[in-house]
Write a protein that binds this ligand. Structure first.
Ligand code: IPE
Ligand code: IPE
Ligand code: MG
Ligand code: MG
Length: 378
């Protein structure tokens, strides 16, 4: 069966009207692409756009340890965005200059510090993981039809879907060019596998859309793939660079995986309980997509029958008009607290993995990041 037919034969793919929602509308066809039109046909050097510092966070003590390293990473990022194609520069600098937490490079650098690796390859690979992350965001915002990221209109909103998808491809392929600099097959294996697993996770999630029967295990499988895998790759790469023993490498990978899982679980709480001014993203995006995240899974398990039914039908219809009622239900049923507890358990798993690392200020920084993750609001 053709892939298109397989997808369309999935009942849940129909359930929330996804096909209809994604079918090109006349309005979408008419929508102008102002940036493409505005660009001169002859390539010229892109105007230099300063890369902003990462958004400050509660974990600034840990991040202070790597402030100098992060400045080096920003230099690599800026240099490697260089291209003769103006639209690529404009879109990639648009999203990267908006900041973001630079969490994945930070984890890679902290882990290098913990293991005593001081080679310059850490800057290159930290930039690689940020490029891969940025590429997934460009694609994700198209897929999710999101309009706000990092406190400003998404790239798809400003430049259109086509430019976002293609510049995402540019960043992925630039990351692959850069990882060759390491001349290390293990590095390439980890990054190639991670990128592939992220794509699988995003597709799995697409197939699950509108499926209110999704259980905790299926949810976990998706978030370990789409989010935790890149965290895991970031911390494991540090171990590979440092030539760590297989046991230590496994502990580093475990830390990244657990932290990344906790990070996404908290993100899914913020989609109901966060403040758009702090997260820089719209509240309720997950519901609009018909995404069955942990707060809703717990709400259906814990709620009275009518509450469970409200959640179920809102997921099936991707009905964002019921967001206020849903927020009330996830709070009343204790689903948000249960979700935070699940994130705390993952954060603890991350902390436990650190027992295998040398006790130093960087390991302490990694511990702080995990301990403070639950408080994150952005
Ligand atoms: C956003 O990641 C995507 C998720 C995994 C939830 P971040 O929250 O790390 O995004 P930025 O880079 O800080 O904007
Ligand atoms: C983020 O996923 C994208 C990836 C991890 C690949 P989400 O769609 O859940 O995150 P936000 O809310 O858009 O950042
Ligand atoms: Mg999204
Ligand atoms: Mg998404």
């Amino acid at each position: 069966m053709a892939p298109q037919r397989i997808l369309r034969s999935l009942p849940l793919y129909h359930a929330n009207g996804l096909r209809a929602k994604h079918a090109p509308t006349p309005a979408a066809h008419r929508r102008p692409l102002p940036i493409i039109r505005a660009f001169p046909r002859t390539p010229r050097a892109p105007a230099p756009l300063p890369l902003s510092a990462p958004t400050p966070s509660a974990s600034s003590a840990a991040l202070d340890l790597i402030a100098g390293d992060m400045a080096e990473v920003d230099k690599v990022i800026s240099a490697r965005l260089d291209t003769g194609v103006p639209l690529v520069s404009q879109v990639s600098r648009y999203i990267i200059a908006a900041g973001g937490k630079r969490l994945r490079p930070a984890l890679l650098l902290l882990m290098c510090g913990a293991l005593g690796y001081t080679g310059s390859q850490r800057f290159n690979l930290a930039a690689v993981v940020e490029f891969i992350h940025t590429a997934t965001l460009l694609h994700d915002d198209v897929v999710d039809e999101s309009t706000m990221r990092r406190g400003r209109p998404t790239a798809n909103e400003s430049f259109g879907n086509a430019a976002s998808v293609l510049v995402g491809d540019f960043l992925y392929s630039r990351a692959f060019q850069m990882m060759l600099d390491s001349r290390d097959m293990r590095v390439m294996e980890i990054l190639a596998d991670a990128t592939n697993v992220i794509a699988e996770g995003e597709v799995l999630q697409l197939m699950n859309m509108g499926d209110a029967s999704l259980d905790e295990a299926a949810y976990l499988h998706v978030i370990r793939s789409k989010t935790a895998k890149l965290f895991e790759a970031s911390t494991q790469l540090a171990a590979v660079l440092a030539g760590a023993s297989p046991d230590v490498e496994a502990a580093c990978a475990r830390y990244g995986q657990a932290l990344g899982t906790a990070f996404q679980v908290v993100d899914d709480v913020l989609d109901y309980a966060g403040d758009a001014a702090e997260t820089g993203k719209n509240v309720g995006d997950d519901l609009r997509e018909g995404k069955t995240t942990l707060p809703l899974i717990f709400a259906m398990q814990r709620g009275r029958p009518e509450q469970a039914e409200l959640v179920r039908s809102a997921i099936q219809q991707g009905d964002v008009s019921r967001l206020p009622q849903l927020i009330a239900v996830v709070k009343e049923t204790g689903a948000l607290d249960a979700t935070r507890a699940a994130a705390a358990a993952e954060a603890q798993r991350a902390i436990d993995a650190l027992a295998m690392l040398p006790p130093n200020s960087f390991t302490e920084g990694l511990l702080q990041l995990a301990a403070q993750l639950l408080e994150r609001r952005a």
